[in-house]
Ligand binder design. Sequence first.
Ligand code: G6P
Length: 612
Amino acid sequence: MCGIIGYIGKKNSLPIIIEGLKRLEYRGYDSAGVCVINGDKIIRQYKRAGKVNDMEKNINVDVFNGNIGIGHTRWATHGEPTDINAHPHFDMDNKIVIVHNGIIENYKVIKDKLAEDGYVFRTDTDTEILADLINYHYRRTKDFSLAVRLALIDVEGTYGIACLCADEPDKIIVARNGSPLLIGVGNEETYIASDAAAVINHTKNVVYLEDGEMAVITEKGFHLKTIEDKEIFRNVEVLDFFMGEIEKGGYEHFMLKEICEQADSIQNTYRGRINFETGIVKLGGLESVFDKMLNAKRFIITACGTAWHAALVGEYLIEQFCRIPVEVEYASEFRYRTPIIHKDDVVILISQSGETADTLAALREAKKHGATTIGIVNVIGSTIAREVEAGTYIHAGPEIGVASTKAFTSQVMSLSLITLMLAYEKSIMKQSTLVNVAKSLKLLPEKINKIVERKNEYKEIALKFKDARNFLYLGRGVNFPIALEGALKLKEISYIHAEGYPAAEMKHGPIALIDENMPVVFIAPKDKAYDKIISNIEEVRARKGKIITIANEDDTNINNYSDYVLRVPNETSLFAPILNVIPLQFLSYYIAVARNCDVDQPRNLAKSVTVE
Ligand code: G6P
């Protein structure tokens, strides 16, 4: 979603801001802009709909030469993605300028009040209203920091903001409520950003703002306080990831890189958490709630998008192996349907970013009811990770492609580890079984690499379907969520309509869609559902649908039923879904590339959805 970057120091800020905006592109955006001050108390602004590259090509670098600046990538919420609605936004006097992530919920009320005071507005955005509200207080106080603070007291909603004032050109003011913001501390220079990826190549020393906090940023550092004016002291943290992790490293797209590196990301998820001799799993982050997990009457797993599909896999695993009832909820629905949550429920929140607004709201709802809350999160220090009672990081590393791939397999791995830990403690799984599972786990990265080595085979098949208008993905049991995830990947990046369904449920509707133009992907590994899946394939064949199967390497029988086969190594353990999804990721990737789609930044999508 929207991204913020800012710089104050001795260097020319424009190249730093443009580079930072490029590093934020992956979050999804539709317009971009920058404001710079260069000592003459005039704020220069350039903004436009479209890509950061277009902005870079057209901006007059001589005019935008100054050592304080802020930049923004916008994902439209209020107002179309036009030049005028792009950030930064000026106040009415062109003295104060602001970039904003989030939504000002009471902007209409504020707008009406300001209009009564003679304010006129240039854009359709809620952000311009905040700029004018700051102006309102600035006219009275002549104190920039105080004016921002007073304005924020009146504001309801979510925000991460950065603002400049022409009269006080030695500072940037930032604040946060529900939208991430961090300060990057350098040597005689300070950065601000909504995402560490934007500053990591300048400094690893960062301070995260918490909700309800603001900071005055100068080249010497920062002064942190609450919106209520209480001083705050916070230690600087050192970021623990490297530039290489957020660069393409020779791959054409981040998505391709992230698909191909899953042997590593999966290992990072389980490393140090399983004893390969005994098979016993220990997740340190869950120790404090372990008894509550064992005694829980019910688990509720809630998430959005791809993470919700991981949750569904978790439901199959935990119910089958731990015999604990599991409910899976869309986080966006959970809060609004007055859910029944008991104190002895365990609510698991899955989120790559740890910032998804709906998942965060679901977490707060669960806490309100006294349930135990557990996070399965990728981004370290993110809001969900900080607010849950306990949790386990998936350690997949930064995921830049908007379509989630390696985070999904690592989320499923985390859920598999939780399953093993509980199944053993509940004496449902014997230690001898665990030892065998551990053996399978040891072989898993090699099997993932075998899949990656087959990518050209998958590509060949993908090219045959680049002009398809619809796709159906079918699976049974734990492979039903894998079908959903395969369909989601295709929609997200190739804009082909795709639906995932439980294979047997096809007869109750989707079968009507099948003709010779309908490709149907069956997830058909040799498991206990295999014979049933073959029957479902027959039903589609009888109606001339095109059959693509995900099948095991040694399954020659499947050739009799398939037009095309995407092979995966045999896997009988609970890790099989992790293998089955990877060819589907490749399939959607190669179809999207063949259709000239912007794979890493698909239209309208955002990496992290921080609005409800
Ligand atoms: C967005 C992203 C998806 C992601 C979903 C949930 O829609 O485009 O890839 O699965 O949000 O995000 P989270 O960060 O909570 O996993």
